[in-house]
Design a protein around this ligand. Structure first.
Ligand code: 3HC
Ligand code: NAI
Length: 725
């Protein structure tokens, strides 16, 4: 680790080096400080350029040092030193300038960025606020409104947008450091006052107080329950109301407060968990280190329905040429129009951000009905109806057509990967790539490993996730895999609570107040109640295949709620039909309104089935819905379907709108305390013995008996022999 410098024509070039992302560790800060002091004191130096080693400026403060007790030198004083320098300092930004990295660049007098570079203040995503003057200098450069949007969302801004906003002075296609040296030479001797951001006034809209009040209301609504976005608005208020130095004090105070909260610990855990899941290992010893992914130069998608069209868009956004195939001309026309409209929207978004070259940077999409066109693609992703017979027919067909090296993937939400693989001539190259809707937006890819799947196939699918900008999580093959397996029980519990006397809107509110992006009833209405109904009909839980004489509210020895089936029989499919658990202004409407019809219907249902209702508290809603999900999480670990609690958390944080500031369901359980979760499950199971999913899992019991070990030790209590991975 070093900050080394060389002098080029009177310009000192200081290189920050701390692989892999030049995080500003204590040692690096110290080294840069020393190099800057030397350059300032050196008569031969007239200007300074700061750059990052290996094409990355800096990813900000070293997050790994956050938990250390001893503090290193403050980044703030280094940045002040740079800004106060009488010799011009130019930041040469390649790769990323994030968090403290961007704050350091904002302390420089000029900033040049490579066209592919990103800048941002993502501290909020770690439950923090920018702590080295970023939220004080940025509004002095680009104004309150643009700063607000950047610091409350933590979004990464590409160089061209940064130029448009005024964050960087110039964007170059190559030789960023040389350009920075040229600029530094050009400005030698010029006054720097207007380039010292901390000395400038904040750029405010006319009624800035009202603007900030409104921002606070919006942010509260948008990031329900999260503390750090609110603190970001507070820092901005300080930037507006206080002189720079006092603003700095306020920034420090807020940072120090957030630094001690559970939310920041949970978000840091979530950050590292996302990186951890990429490092998969199989009991056979194969792992991300030893397996080599094969190149994916071209892809095909079969079926252009809800999922297929957004998978095509996701591939095109990653510049992978795609062949999109449908079953007949009519579906192809509908599907191709849908894809083109999604791509147009993407282009528009990018153009608005100043990326004029984006149109050409989308991968080409070719639409076809001809399977023959799939002969040479590297990977095929099947996204047809959720029907095993149809999927097997397609896999058999692909097997005969595709080149032997082509990987065959299925987007099934939960069917058996091995059964599909068994009809192909390459079962080792068959894998589940379970995208989430809409696939071009959602960050999660569940990569489902079948019995025959080779490590090369796994590593190729994991690489695909990365290419698409997604987090790939490797899971084993079982009905509904990990995400949907847990989700089904959570939703079922919510429906039981309605039978027991609660209302859909009460349950949704309780879970949304907990932080979930959407409660279960609004989610079912959005996804379409008919999807689950079809699946239950197909497996004989309802409909013509259900044996005559089956009790309405029982399947085997388990409680069953026919409520969702009855709603579907009445044509209430959710948003698409204008009615479901809620009513909507019209078919396809989005405003969920409580429906008096449903209340009458539920009373009648409770009367017919002789149900005793009770007052369901918010506590019971949260505990029953979330603990049943968590309990299944422990079973998934026990079954070896996920290799660790981090995998489940990453799936829930990125695919199911779980609030990241609680870390994910398993991390949340560890914070609540496993003995508490166990006791509550025992209580609810005792009261509802016909819901076996509430019965505490043996792995949960084992962990409690081992003294409630911290989450990072849970894996060591799992037997390897049970692993399906
Ligand atoms: N500190 C320490 N380690 C970091 C880091 C950071 N700021 N950023 C990334 N890393 C590590 C990752 O943990 C990973 O380690 P591993 O190889 O041991 O798993 C390695 O760097 C590579 O990271 P990725 O796998 O994420 O690599 P990518 O190339 O996909 O992404 C990135 C690179 C865009 C920089 C991404 O890592 C990222 O977004 N990092 C977070 C940046 C961030 O949040 N910065 C703010 C820090 S807080 C701060 O600066 C406070 C300030 O206001 C004082
Ligand atoms: P959909 O019903 O919207 O689309 C399926 C498409 O497949 C239709 O356009 C149909 O014409 C086409 N198709 C059917 N047979 C075909 C054939 N022989 N050749 C080519 N195309 C054919 O279905 P949806 O929702 O897109 O689901 C697709 C798959 O993705 C299913 O396996 C589903 O379980 C899974 N999935 C769905 C999610 C969702 O939110 N809808 C989420 C994640 C996975």
């Amino acid at each position: 680790m070093a900050a080394f410098s060389y002098i080029c024509d009177s310009v000192a070039v200081i290189t920050m080096s701390n692989p892999p992302v030049n995080a500003l560790s204590s040692a690096l800060i110290r080294a840069v400080q020393k190099a800057v002091e030397e350059a300032i004191g050196d008569f031969a130096v007239e200007a300074i350029v700061i750059r990052g080693d290996k094409g990355k400026f800096s990813a900000g403060a070293d997050i790994r040092e956050f938990n250390r007790l001893e503090r290193g030198p403050p980044l703030v004083s280094l940045i002040d030193l740079i800004e106060d320098s009488k010799k011009p300092v130019v930041a040469a930004i390649e790769g990323v300038a994030l968090g403290g990295g961007l704050e350091l660049a904002l302390g420089c007098h000029y900033r040049i960025a490579h066209a592919q570079a990103y800048v941002g203040l993502p501290e909020v995503l770690l439950g923090l606020v920018p702590a080295a003057g970023g939220a004080l200098r940025l509004p002095r450069l680009i104004g309150i409104s643009a700063t607000l949007s950047m610091i409350t969302t933590g979004k990464y801004v590409q160089a061209r947008e940064a130029l448009k906003l005024g964050i960087v002075d110039k964007v170059v296609g190559e030789n960023t450091v040389d350009e920075a040296i040229q600029l530094a030479k050009k400005v030698i001797g010029q006054p720097l006052g207007s380039r010292q951001l901390s000395t400038l006034p904040v750029q405010c809209p006319p009624n800035v107080e009202a603007f900030l009040d409104e921002a606070m209301v919006k942010v509260k609504k948008q990031f329900r329950g999260a503390q750090s976005p609110l603190a970001c608005v507070e820092v901005l208020r300080a930037a507006v109301q206080l002189p720079y130095l006092e603003g700095k004090k306020k920034e420090r105070e807020l940072f120090q407060f957030l630094y001690t909260t559970d939310q920041t610990r949970a978000q840091q855990y979530a950050f590292f968990a996302e990186r951890e899941v990429a490092k998969w290992t199989l009991p056979s010893g194969a792992s991300w280190k030893t397996a080599s992914p094969q190149p994916i130069r071209t892809a095909a998608v079969i079926g252009l329905g809800t999922m297929g069209r957004s998978i095509v868009t996701s591939l095109a956004k990653a510049k992978i040429p795609v062949i999109a195939l449908e079953q007949d001309k009519k579906q192809l026309d509908i599907g191709s129009k849908a894809v083109m409209s999604l791509l147009d929207r993407e282009i528009l978004k990018m153009e608005q951000l100043g990326h004029t070259e984006f149109t050409n940077s989308l991968g080409p999409v070719q639409f076809t009905l001809d399977y023959g066109k799939l002969r040479d693609v590297d990977i095929v992703i099947e996204a047809v109806f959720e029907n095993m017979a149809l999927k097997k027919e397609i896999f058999r067909h692909l097997s005969g057509i595709c080149k032997p090296e082509a990987f065959l993937c299925t987007n099934t939400s939960g069917l058996d990967i091995d059964e599909m693989a068994s009809v192909t001539n390459r079962p080792q190259m068959v894998i589940g790539t379970h995208f989430f809707s809409p696939a071009h937006i959602m960050k999660l890819l569940e990569v489902v490993h079948g019995h025959y799947t080779s490590s090369t196939t796994i590593s190729t699918a994991m690489r695909l996730a990365k290419m698409l900008g997604k987090v790939g999580v490797l899971v084993g093959n079982c009905p509904s895999f990990v995400g949907n397996r847990l989700m089904r029980l959570y939703v079922e519990q919510a429906v039981f609570l309605v039978e027991e006397g609660s209302k859909p809107e009460e349950i949704d509110r309780a879970l949304e107040d907990f932080g979930l992006a959407m409660g279960p009833f609004r989610m079912m209405d959005l996804a379409g109640l008919d999807i689950g109904w079809k699946a239950r009909t197909e497996i004989g839980l309802t409909g013509p295949k259900l044996p005559i004489g089956t009790p309405a509210r029982q399947r085997g020895s388990k409680r069953y709620s026919p409520l969702p089936d009855i709603l579907c029989e009445k044509g209430r499919f959710g948003q698409k039909s204008g009615q479901g658990w809620y009513k909507y202004e019209k078919s396809g409407g989005r405003n969920a309104m409580p429906d008096p019809w449903l209340y009458n219907f539920l009373s009648e249902y409770q009367r017919i089935h002789n149900l005793k209702t009770h007052y369901v508290t918010q506590e019971e809603i949260i505990e029953r819905c979330l603990y049943v999900l968590i309990n299944e999480g422990f079973k998934v670990l026990e079954d070896g379907i996920a290799s660790g609690p981090e995998d489940i958390d990453v799936i829930y944080n990125n695919g199911y709108g779980w609030p990241k500031y609680t870390g994910g369901p398993m991390y949340y359980a560890s914070i609540v305390g496993l003995p508490v979760v166990l006791t509550k499950l025992e209580k609810y199971y005792g009261a509802n013995p016909d819901i076996p999913d509430l019965k505490p899992s043996s792995f949960l019991k084992k962990l409690v008996s081992k003294g409630n070990p911290p989450l990072k030790e849970w894996r060591s209590h799992l037997g390897f022999q049970s692993s399906m991975l």
